[in-house]
Design a binder for this molecule. Structure first.
Ligand code: URP
Ligand code: ZN
Ligand code: ZN
Length: 472
C-alpha cells in the first residue's frame, strides 16, 4: 500500500523543512513537493511534525530480576513504546554463566517473536569471558547481528562482572567490531554500604539512594573509560544519572577515547526526594543508579545540549507497585529496581527539552533516534528520513497539552513515574515500515508484526558501508 504524508514539517537530526514523503513497500521512496502516486493514501499531517521513529536502546521486557519478572512483556511494552513514538527497541538478552550464548538468545527470540508490534533487536549480556564464549561470539555477531555487549559493574552476586571480564570484553569487542555497554556503579562498595545500612536498621526506600552515592557511579564510569582507552576499544555508558559520571565521559572524550553516554528521562526530571514519599511510595522511584539530588539535572541537560551525552534510553524495567515493588516493604534491597518509562521517553524530552529551549528540535531527533541508529548499526535503514530508509515515522502534534497518568498509559503497570506531570506534545500516528501501528491515537498494530533486526558492526562514524547502503 502506498502512502503520501502531506502538509507536515519534516524533522531530521540535521534539517527542518516543509515537504511530502512517499512510502512504497514499507520504504521511503520520495521526499519532495506535490508528490503523487496512483492509489496512494494521503495522510494529512497539517500542524504536525514528522520525524523518524524513536529508537529505544535500553529496555528490559519480560526479564527476570529482583525475585520477580518485569511486568511489561514484548507485547504490552512495544504497544506502549509505539504510543510514545518509538518504532524500534533494543532489549537486553540476559545470559547465565556456563550457558551457551545461543540458548540465551533463543530464549529472547521466544519471548519476542509472536508479541512485538514494532521492530526490535538484542544486546547480549556478557557474564564471563572464556574460550567457550570467545568461540561463540563471532557467530553472535555474524548470524544474529548482535553487535553490542553489556557488562554490569554492579549488582554483586547477581549480574556483576569483575574488572578482568570487563577489560577482556573491551579487547574482544574491538577485535570483533562490537560496542561494549556498561552499567557503571561500583558494586563492591555498594554491597558494603547496603549491608551496613541494613545492620543499622535503615530499611526505607531512601537508603537505596544513600547507599549508592554518585561518587560510586563516577568512579566506575571513569574506570570503564580508562580501560576503554587502554584497550583502544569503544564504550557506551548506559543510564548516566549524575554530574560526576557525565564529567568522566566528557574527560574521556576530551582524551580522544571512543566513549558515549546515555541518560534517561527519569534522571532529567525526577530527583532523590521522590524516594522519601510516604506510605512506601518511594519504592516506585527505585532505580539503579538512583535518582540524584536535583542539581544534577542541569548537568545532564547541559551534557545533552553540548553533545557530551548523546542518547536517551528509557531503561524500561517495570514492576507493579502492588505485588512487586512491595517485596521490599521491610528491606529496601528487596525492592525490584526499575520503572515504566518506555511510553513517555520522547514526550518528556520534547516537552521538557525542546519546548523549554534546552535542546533544539534536531537535537531531539538525534538523541532519540539518529545517533542511536548510528551507534548500534541500524543507520540509515532506521533513524532517519531519507529515500531508501524504512518508513518508520511519527506524526507528532507539538502543541497538544496533556497530563501523564497511569489511567491513560498503555504500559501494563499500576503506576506511572511521571503521574500528574503536564506535558506538551503527543504522537498522533506512528508507522513502522509504512504500516500504521498507531492511527489517530488508536492502536491498530498486530502482535508478532515486529521484525527482528540484525545489526551492522560498530563503526565510530557509522559510514555508509556496503552492507548499509540504502537501496530502493
Ligand atoms: O534500576 C534499573 N536500572 N533497573 C534495570 C536494570 C538495569 O540496571 O539497567
Ligand atoms: Zn543498569
Ligand atoms: Zn537497564
Amino acid at each position: 500500500m502506498k502512502k503520501i504524508i502531506k502538509n507536515g514539517t519534516i524533522v531530521t537530526a540535521t534539517d527542518t523543512f516543509q515537504g511530502e514523503i512517499l512510502i512504497e513497500d514499507g520504504k521511503i521512496t520520495q521526499i519532495g513537493a506535490n508528490l503523487s502516486a496512483l492509489g496512494a493514501e494521503v495522510i494529512d499531517a497539517k500542524g504536525c511534525l514528522v520525524f523518524p521513529g524513536g529508537i529505544d536502546p535500553h529496555t528490559h521486557l519480560d526479564m527476570p530480576f529482583g525475585g520477580t519478572v518485569t511486568k511489561d512483556d514484548f507485547e504490552s511494552g512495544t504497544v506502549a513504546a509505539a504510543f510514545g513514538g518509538t518504532t524500534t527497541i533494543i532489549d537486553f538478552c540476559l545470559t547465565n554463566k556456563g550457558e551457551p550464548l545461543k540458548n540465551a538468545i533463543q530464549t529472547w527470540h521466544n519471548k519476542s517473536k509472536d508479541k512485538a508490534v514494532i521492530d526490535y533487536s538484542f544486546h547480549l549480556m556478557i557474564s564471563e569471558i572464556n574460550d567457550r564464549v570467545l568461540g561463540e561470539l563471532p557467530q553472535v555477531i555474524d548470524e544474529e547481528g548482535i553487535t553490542s555487549f553489556k557488562v554490569f559493574m554492579a549488582y554483586k552476586n547477581v549480574f556483576q562482572a569483575d574488572d578482568e571480564t570487563l577489560f577482556k570484553t573491551l579487547v574482544t569487542a574491538k577485535e570483533l567490531g562490537a560496542l561494549v555497554m556498561v552499567h557503571a556503579e561500583n558494586g563492591d562498595v555498594i554491597d558494603y554500604l547496603t549491608k551496613k545500612a541494613l545492620a543499622e536498621g535503615k530499611t526505607d526506600p531512601i537508603y537505596h539512594a544513600l547507599t549508592r552515592p554518585p561518587e560510586l557511579e563516577g568512579e566506575a564510569t571513569g574506570r570503564a573509560a580508562r580501560f576503554t582507552g587502554l584497550a583502544n576499544s569503544q564504550l557506551y555508558v548506559v543510564h548516566v544519572s549524575c554530574a560526576d559520571a557525565a564529567e568522566k565521559i566528557a574527560e574521556a572524550r576530551a582524551k580522544g577515547y571512543d566513549v558515549w553516554g546515555e541518560t534517561c528521562p527519569q534522571y532529567l526530571v525526577l530527583d532523590q526526594s521522590y524516594l522519601e514519599k510516604p506510605n512506601f511510595e518511594g519504592a516506585k522511584y527505585v532505580w539503579s543508579p538512583p535518582l540524584r539530588e536535583k542539581w544534577n539535572q542541569q548537568a545532564l541537560w547541559n551534557a545533552l545540549k553540548s553533545g557530551q551525552l548523546q542518547t536517551l534510553g528509557s531503561d524500561q524495567c517495570s514492576f507493579d507497585f502492588k505485588g512487586q515493588k512491595d517485596l521490599g516493604l521491610e528491606d529496601f534491597t528487596k525492592i525490584p529496581n526499575g520503572g515504566p518509562i518506555i511510553e513517555d521517553r520522547l514526550t518528556i524530552l520534547f516537552s521538557e527539552g525542546v519546548k523549554k529551549g534546552r535542546i533544539s528540535l534536531n537535537q531531539f531527533v538525534d538523541i532519540t533516534s539518529t545517533r542511536i541508529a548510528k551507534l548500534f548499526g541500524l543507520f540509515p535503514k532506521k533513524g532517519t528520513i531519507a529515500v531508501g530508509a524504512d518508513a518508520d515515522l511519527v506524526i507528532f502534534d507539538p502543541n497538544i497539552e496533556r497530563v501523564i497518568s497511569a489511567e491513560t498509559h498503555h504500559m501494563a503497570v499500576d503506576y506511572n513515574a511521571f503521574e500528574g506531570m503536564k506535558v506538551t506534545g503527543e504522537p498522533v500516528s506512528v508507522l513502522v515500515r509504512g504500516e500504521y501501528v498507531v492511527r489517530d491515537k488508536q492502536f491498530v498494530g498486530k502482535p508478532g508484526s515486529g521484525h527482528y533486526l540484525k545489526r551492522a558492526k560498530y563503526s565510530m562514524n557509522a559510514p555508509l558501508t556496503q552492507n548499509q547502503t540504502l537501496s530502493i
